[in-house]
Design a protein around this ligand. Structure first.
Ligand code: ADP
Ligand code: ADP
Length: 233
């Protein structure tokens, strides 16, 4: 993906300015920078989650495979299928582990039980949690540990076969062991997915990423007006 001369306003508040960034395929790009510098805002603009925020206006361009995702004739549902998202707070739906993972494929019209079984197994394996839950797929997604919940959410995102996976501080609500598991998982996933991960942890950025984009707000302009510096491998 690529951002070109991108800027974003929340009403009159200019959060992002002059953002030029390359997000390379099958690499991990970490977004770092102080709290309030616009990392989460930028992340959400990569799958148009920002369209849900009133008064949010984006100029410039963000493209996926050369196509402006804010352009005409863009199917936002299709875009969100290609660009999946995992949040800071694990948020499994209050339903079984199976139904959590089958949720995306079902909303995209897949009904065949065998096909769904296959996708659920593949996705839970892909999120390195299959062995822990395979005997209890009917268990509620909320009835497991936070670390397991987060990997179930990752499996839910993988189930619709995205190209890009956005992760918004995916480990900051997790204990150190669960954090390690998710970091190891990110290393596995990078073989198949383009990953953009927001973290406030510099060590984590160094451990998991190939590229780092540092966000900083301009104090001379009263905060906001964030731009980025990108660092290579
Ligand atoms: P970060 O993820 O780096 O902590 P955010 O992207 O959450 O930063 O926020 C960037 C700036 O945009 C902050 O000043 C924040 O207060 C502001 N902001 C975030 N979301 C909204 C919103 N929905 N409406 C207005 N301002 C917002
Ligand atoms: P956050 O406050 O974690 O940045 P948002 O405010 O953007 O998250 O979204 C609120 C909630 O909406 C999310 O925590 C999640 O439960 C739900 N949600 C919205 N879009 C999606 C999606 N594509 N996949 C999963 N959950 C989603």
């Amino acid at each position: 993906m690529q951002a070109k001369n991108m800027a974003l306003n929340y009403g009159n508040f200019r959060a992002l300015e002059d953002i030029d960034m390359d997000i390379y395929e099958k690499q991990v790009t970490a977004l770092i920078g102080p709290s309030g510098s616009g990392k989460s805002t930028f992340l959400k603009s990569l799958n148009r989650m920002n369209d849900l925020v009133e008064g949010c206006k984006i100029t410039g361009e963000i493209s996926l495979e050369g196509k402006n995702i804010y352009g005409k004739n863009i199917d936002v549902n299709e875009l969100r299928k290609n660009v999946g998202m995992v949040f800071q707070q694990p948020n499994p739906f209050p339903m079984s582990i199976y139904d959590n993972v089958a949720y995306g494929p079902r909303t995209h019209g897949i009904k065949d039980k065998k096909k769904l079984d296959e996708l659920v197994e593949q996705s839970l394996k892909g999120a390195a949690i299959w062995d822990e839950v395979k005997d209890d797929l009917n268990k509620n997604g909320l009835a497991v540990s936070g670390g397991q919940q987060q990997r179930i959410c990752i499996a839910r995102a993988l189930a619709v076969k995205p190209d890009v996976l956005l992760m918004d501080e995916p480990t900051s609500a997790l204990d150190p062991i669960s954090t390690l598991k998710v970091e190891e998982l990110v290393q596995e996933l990078r073989k198949d997915y383009t990953i953009v991960i927001v973290t406030h942890n510099m060590q984590q950025a160094a451990r998991v990423s190939d590229y780092t984009a540092f966000f900083y707000a301009d104090p001379a302009k009263g905060g906001g007006h964030s731009t980025v510096i990108e660092f290579g491998e």
